[in-house]
Design a binder for this molecule. Sequence first.
Ligand code: AGP
Length: 610
Amino acid sequence: MCGIVGYIGKAPVVSTVLDSLSRLEYRGYDSAGIAVFNGRGIQVRKRAGKLKELASSLKRQPLEGRLGVGHTRWATHGEPSELNAHPHRDCTGELALVHNGIIENYAELKSELLGRGHRFRSQTDTEVIVHLIEEHAKQLPLPEAFRRALKELRGSYAVCLIAASDPSRLYGARCGSPLIVGLGRGETLLASDVPAVLSRTRRVLYLNDQEIAEISVEGARVTTLEGKPVVRKPVVVDWDVASAQKDGHAHFMLKEIHEQPAAIEQTLTGRLGHAQITFDRRTSAFLKELSRTERLIILGCGTAYHAGLVGEYMLEEVARLPVDVDLASEFRYRGAMLDRDTTVVAITQSGETADTLAGVKLAKEHGAKVLAICNVMGSSIARQADAVLYTHAGPEIAVASTKAYTSQLTALCLLTLALGKLRGAIPAAQWRRHLAGLQAVPGLVRNALRAEPAIKQAARRYASARNFYYLGRRYNYPSALEGALKLKEICPLIHAEGYAAGEMKHGPISLIRPGWPVVFLATGSPVYEKIVSNIEEVRARKGACIVIASEGDRAIRRHADAVISVPKTEEFFSPIVNAVPLQLFAYHVARANKCDIDQPPNLAKSVTVE
Ligand code: AGP
């Protein structure tokens, strides 16, 4: 959500910042802007809409300099417009600032600043920050004025500031929204996420909440909000620029769907052996303790929540461990019963989702232990957790989560099997079968991808429908929720809902009309017959049944309008394999409807505000 890029160095600032901002486009935004120090003063250019609008304006009337800050805005306070786009300036035009997050006390700060004669140009909460710094800078040196202003803010922020009076540095700070420093050779960057700096450096310094970074060409000086120096080693990121690019695919989403066999292999590498599952020392020690726990709470949002729901089926049935799954946005406010004997598993691709982070903090405040299943190393949630099971899926750029989801499910398989073994809940034969089954998953996913032409055909056939249902049972009930989420998020013309198939008769079936498409998950399971009955109920009302079934299931054809075959697997692994046709179906329906697949309107990759 919103992207920040700050740059100081020898390269032309405009092209550098625009290039880095383009690598943050996946976060979702509605306007963009840049501020550049040109040797005399600060010039600002902003445009509503996509980055290309800003880029073409800068082509017509270029700005030049070696210090600057850019931003892509996702509106929270004030409509998406040029005026409300960042950077924002103080009254003198000497300062320019960009911000991600929400300043909760902006109204009271604004009225105080108006009383002191400040002139505001936008409707944003952000503009108060730059005027507040200006106000303090009347009495204090800039670094101190910056610190003082930040202390007065309530809410969440990642900010980046440049000042005409101090062109040898830029200032960044974070509290609740991510901000990283990219340490290059003779150049330094500030950014909201790693892909923004990858074309210039892989040495990255993650800022913690309440920390300030003073950036110069030599590097970064980090201090706390109280002014205490912070010593932190940079991390060398193992992603490269190529992995953050499309590689000839029409969309990042399609590329990431096809990367799933490799991503899943990465999640398993070094952990899954022929006869055992191993983790690093810290995680192993954590799991030993966890195996004695009597209660587990899984937290997540959106797709990560759906992975958690699958985890509930896995952990309860195979590891015999009681599990509650909560939407992080509900968990944080529902007065959940937490104590030292509770373990929370936080599932998150980005590691920065505001609600999940708040849930983790809340759990820790109550003495609960936290395990994160996370894709981004060094992210806020990874740092807060007591142990982390990294999914190692590589950067996920498309807003719609695909490979992150299947690698989360893979990590949950590992977790379930390891805990089941530690708890003595898995008989030896089942253990061997599941280990072999898990080894086979990347290959099964590879085979599932081969059905793309048939899936595309089915997608085109139903692409003009405006309502879809997705139905599944047991392990594939969450698959139904995820399939519906995938479709509605990337194809905003369509309304799609997922239900537990057994719930149909309790209400949703009333809407079925002739031709209404219903996607069924009917792969092998103990409730296969029941799903077939549900298919018949929809057919009786002349709904169109698109059935995802196991290869070799000829009998299902009698019941379906369209069949999508997936490789046969045990039900335990089926949500991973079944995710592939669901993702491809959504992708091709959205493509047939000419939707903005990688950056759907109103959505952001990483929801860093509440
Ligand atoms: C998935 O397609 C969505 N974009 C969204 O639901 C996402 O899974 C959710 O916002 C959680 O993000 P996280 O995994 O980074 O915490």
